[in-house]
Design a protein around this ligand. Structure first.
Ligand code: PRP
Ligand code: URA
Length: 209
């Protein structure tokens, strides 16, 4: 799966260990989701186009490059994706943000789209979808389908934990989408939760259970 990039780094494993721990409280959980999102963002922008620019340091003039933040849009999948937004905005302060609302039916595990609002020139931007969990891949596939139907040509997907089954499904349906994840876990359980995972990301971020 050449389009799947897993962050393999001791600092990420360290942060994931605290994030996954069931005794970790809401404040710490939110901070870690946000911090890991920063690292994912850093990795996903490794191929960013730089515009040549001349600046003057206190010592001399130099040729360097800057990223045009307007080339991008970030789209959290509601709700849990919102938890990653702080991290993205920290590294990308002028980021244009869209929102896609998806919930997974608790019995069929099928995703349902309930909200869609994106920047009006979305088809001209590279779109980076953010959602901490990629389980069956259904929510990711539907979000990507929706964006492609609006003319978006370049899409990346950032998640914190992914299941192999879901990654396979997304890669098969959307061969052109690069997926960045902090960790690929073992499998899904019978309720389609990621094992070992971290539980329900939305509930842990928003304290709803
Ligand atoms: C979670 C998660 C993903 C989705 C992943 O959201 O944040 O969006 O499940 O599952 P899938 O890969 O099987 O589609 P959920 O539907 O629980 O909604 P929430 O963010 O409102 O908690
Ligand atoms: N959604 C979550 O929040 N956690 C999972 O393990 C699967 C889907």
């Amino acid at each position: 799966m050449e389009n799947v990039i897993e962050l393999k780094h001791p600092l990420i494993e360290h942060k994931l260990a605290i994030l996954r721990d069931k005794t970790t409280g809401t404040k710490k959980f939110r901070e870690l989701v946000s911090e890991i999102a920063m690292f994912l963002c850093y990795e996903a922008l490794a191929d960013a186009k730089l515009t040549k620019t001349e600046i003057e340091t206190p010592i001399e003039k130099m040729q360097t490059g800057t990223i045009n933040e307007d080339d991008y849009a970030f789209i959290p999948i509601l709700r849990a994706g919102m938890g990653m937004l702080d991290g993205v905005i920290t590294v990308f302060p002028n980021a244009k943000i869209g929102h896609i609302g998806m919930y997974r039916d608790e019995t069929t595990f099928e995703p349902h789209n309930y909200f869609f609002k994106v920047p009006k020139d979305i088809e001209k931007r590279e779109v980076i979808i953010i959602d901490p969990m990629l389980a069956t891949g259904g929510s990711a596939i539907d979000a990507i389908d929706l964006l492609k139907s609006k003319g978006v040509k370049k899409i990346k997907f950032l998640c914190i934990i992914a299941a192999p089954e879901g990654l396979k499904a997304v890669v098969e349906k959307h061969k052109d989408v690069k997926i960045y994840c902090a960790h690929i876990d073992k499998k899904l359980n019978k309720n389609k939760y990621i094992v070992p995972g971290l539980g329900d990301a939305g509930d842990r971020i928003f304290g709803t259970k």
